[in-house]
Design a protein around this ligand. Sequence first.
Ligand SMILES: Nc1ncnc2c1ncn2[C@@H]1O[C@H](COP(=O)(O)OP(=O)(O)O)[C@@H](O)[C@H]1O
Ligand SMILES: CC(=O)N[C@@H](CCC(=O)OP(=O)(O)O)C(=O)O
Length: 289
Amino acid sequence: MKKQTAMDKNWFETAETLSAALPYLQRYDGAIVVIKLGGHAMGSDDAMDLFARDIVLMQQVGINPVIVHGGGPMINDMLARLGVDSHFVDGKRVTDAATVEVVEMVLSGVVNKRIVQAINRQGGRGVGLSGKDASLIRCEPSHPDLGFVGEPVEMRPEVLHTLFEAGMIPVIAPLGFGAEGETFNINGDTAAGAVAAALKADRLLLLTDVAGVKDQSGEVVTELTASAIRKLTQEGVIAGGMIPKTETALAALDGGVRAAVILDGRAPNACLLELFTPHGAGSMIRQDS
Ligand SMILES: Nc1ncnc2c1ncn2[C@@H]1O[C@H](COP(=O)(O)OP(=O)(O)O)[C@@H](O)[C@H]1O
Ligand SMILES: CC(=O)N[C@@H](CCC(=O)OP(=O)(O)O)C(=O)O
């Protein structure tokens, strides 16, 4: 069989690849796949359309896709336009009362609706919501120094099952609510992991701007166990923004997700190649057996 590459834009339109994909289509029938789309992985409108086409195709073949998005760069732009200073501690934005208003405006507004519209343009029915809707994500403060940064503590995923049954595709902005009615800003990876665990998802796909988790020599490792991740982190090979991503993957596995995959969201058909080909895409992380 010809090895498919991420450059094959019309991957699912050829009979050869479709027949190779058949066993995978059957395997994933009815599966729940949570996809985290980070701000850096959101490209031009054309790239967004290709991403949305993959998501709609997944749904058409029987998968229940859920998108959890980020939008850090878009929040940065808006804060800069408003003259509000912002900084990060350990990958999380220190979020005061003024900042959380802007975060909600940007994530639940422009970013969320851009994704919803892209899905709808491809013939799907995207429904935008945040962790506030239907009490999906209740949070507690993540750390006293971070202000309104939330850690998910209670999930109510029923609304997502209702949307699946209605044939709709949930698109979730990473915001939550607190016991006192506060709005919390949640790191996008953390929110995706919490949603995936609450749904006991079959796959958590973390889309980013690198091909996967790289080892000491800079090669992408296609299969990783939880203990291999811990070793690479201790050795400093996994660093920076990859640390919260791999931590999210491990927490999701502990929460009952079958496997998490870190892959390049900018590559055409990335999600389809991961799900429907023998070689997959990116780095797949599983529990130690
Ligand atoms: N071992 C590693 N393998 C791959 N990427 C790594 C590794 N260690 C650190 N990184 C960095 O992590 C980045 C991804 O994290 P981040 O920029 O936060 O992604 P996103 O904005 O998509 O959430 C990569 O672009 C890369 O620079
Ligand atoms: C607490 C925290 O840091 N929240 C993030 C939420 C958006 C996000 O995670 O966006 P990416 O996935 O594009 O990085 C923020 O304010 O930037």
